[in-house]
Ligand binder design. Structure first.
Ligand code: ZN
Length: 501
């Protein structure tokens, strides 16, 4: 048995090396590569990913997993061996079900779709993206069909992103959130002038913004011996090992929040990756539990911590050293209020904590309908505009403000959106659990002491890597089932107070 396990680990290590090598190339593509490198780089990444896929789906991996099934079942569920065999089996089953020809077709459709999406955005005209999106949606439906599903196609694609969660569960969670958030958005909409955030909209020196973000990253515990931050058009985090984690951000010259909160957000992802134990490295367990759980870590630091009054008690005096003129009149209270201003808006990535999840629900709903054939792609812009109006009370004036705003569909990223809302929900649930163990966390944050909270997430989340499904992890960490209640409690208390509702 030990020999079979060693052999499996050797193959998985190679797969992981190939994927991480592709990851380095993809990171470089989005940070330092000159534009001329695009074609060669796409080939290089494709080749490495194809080799990784072939190695992972080789029949030998299947036989090794079969041979190890008995001993893994006998081992403790949380043990390295049982977890490795269980999670590898789950991922292997999915990987072998998708025909290689479909993978190639999806990748071609993505390239074509991306080019058409860029063109359609330039002309603010969805018609230019319609045919490519029809093809992309058809291929996603085909992918779902080859994977198989209990109830609807979205189930199959969701299982790829959030193992163990079903569409019905996600929809129920969304309905609960919607019921509370839509009226809250309305109430805030009537009192928009209660909060003035003009302090954030001033010229802020680029280099100083960078330095302030780096100071915050160091303060929350991001280890610069094992990571770095660079610039990219869209902020992201990628990890090649727990000892080499890359964050990116972008700096807006006239808006403070863009770079700073992106740094805290990506820093949260980075802390997760840096917290994965070495023993899980070079295996399918050496990453986050799911997109949603990953997002819980970024939202924890970006919002629950970074948009708290306590954080600004600590950090505003520091920030004033970078921007004495711009922040001369700012108090902790006024700055805290400014960074929490809420307003129904059209663009998801600019949305605040109250409105954000409504943007996500809209997309998930449309994806489900597209996959099941209940919504024709040609009818998408209208459906989008109607949903925006009913959820947020605003209506896009063109497709750029509506259906063309996200890149996700170009690469066939169906079912990735639920992860964002799950992240928000789980971040609050984890924070409440952490407070239960350490009621003085808020006081520590006020003093610029973040180690206690980080240590709690290390112990309850990071340490497990991808051993558990999102649900298993939440239950383990909090003692409760996954629930929207802590998040709704957090949002309601915070915004009732901010807007005197
Ligand atoms: Zn994120």
């Amino acid at each position: 048995m030990q020999r079979a396990l060693d052999r499996l680990r050797a193959i998985l290590a190679e797969v992981d090396d190939l994927q991480n090598a592709a990851g380095v190339l993809a990171w470089d593509q989005q940070t330092y590569m000159p534009p001329g490198g695009a074609r060669a780089r796409a080939n290089q990444i494709d080749t490495l990913r194809r080799l990784a896929h072939e190695r992972f789906t080789a029949p030998e991996v299947g036989s090794l997993l079969d041979g190890l099934a008995g001993s893994a079942a006998a081992a403790d569920y949380v043990s390295m061996e049982a977890s490795l065999v269980r999670v590898t089996r789950r991922e292997y089953e999915k990987a072998v079900r998708i025909p290689p020809s479909l993978v190639v077709e999806i990748s071609r459709a993505a390239n074509e779709g991306y080019a058409a999406w860029v063109e359609a955005r330039k002309h603010k005209d969805f018609a230019l993206f319609r045919a490519p999106l029809e093809r992309i949606a058809r291929l996603q439906a085909a992918k779902a069909d080859s994977l198989g599903y209990p109830t609807c196609r979205f189930d199959a694609l969701l299982e790829l992103r959030e193992p163990g969660l079903t569409t019905a569960e996600i929809n129920a969670l969304f309905a609960e959130l919607r019921e509370a958030l839509v009226p809250l958005v309305r109430k805030i909409g009537e009192k928009l002038d209660v909060i003035d955030d003009s302090v954030l909209h001033q010229p802020f020196d680029d280099a100083k913004q960078w330095d302030a973000g780096m100071e915050a990253l160091k303060a929350i515990g991001f280890d610069l011996q094992r990571g770095r931050q660079d610039r990219s058009v869209h902020p992201f985090t990628t990890s090649f090992s727990p000892h080499d984690v890359r964050l990116t951000t972008r700096v807006a010259p006239d808006f403070f929040s863009a770079a700073f909160f992106a740094s805290l957000h990506e820093g949260g992802h980075g802390l997760y990756e840096q917290g994965i134990p070495d023993e899980l490295s070079r295996t399918p367990l050496g990453g986050g539990a799911s997109g949603g759980v990953h997002e819980s870590q970024s939202r924890l630091w970006e919002n629950v911590v970074g948009r708290s009054r306590n954080f600004w008690e600590y950090f505003l005096p520091r920030l004033k050293q970078y921007f004495p003129a711009q922040l001369a009149a700012a108090s902790v209270e006024s700055f805290y209020r400014a960074v929490n201003r809420s307003e129904p808006s059209l663009i998801r990535v600019e949305a605040d904590e109250v409105t954000y999840n409504l943007h996500i629900m809209l997309r998930c709903d449309l994806e489900q309908k597209m996959l099941d054939g209940d919504l024709q792609v040609k009818d998408l812009p209208g459906a989008w505009h109607d949903a925006m109006e009913s959820y947020l009370g605003v209506r896009p004036k063109d497709d750029l403000e509506g259906v063309l705003q996200d890149i996700h569909w170009t690469f066939g990223g169906f079912a990735t959106f639920p992860g964002y809302t799950l992240g928000n929900v789980i971040s609050a649930q984890l924070y409440v659990a952490a407070l239960g163990e350490h009621p003085d966390i808020p006081q520590r944050i006020r003093e610029g002491e973040f180690a206690q909270l980080l240590e709690w997430t290390r112990r309850h989340v990071h340490r497990h890597g991808a051993k558990f499904t999102p649900r298993e992890l939440v239950v383990k960490a909090t003692g409760q089932e996954l629930s929207a209640k802590p998040y709704l409690g957090y949002i309601q208390a915070k915004f009732d107070e901010l807007y005197e509702l």
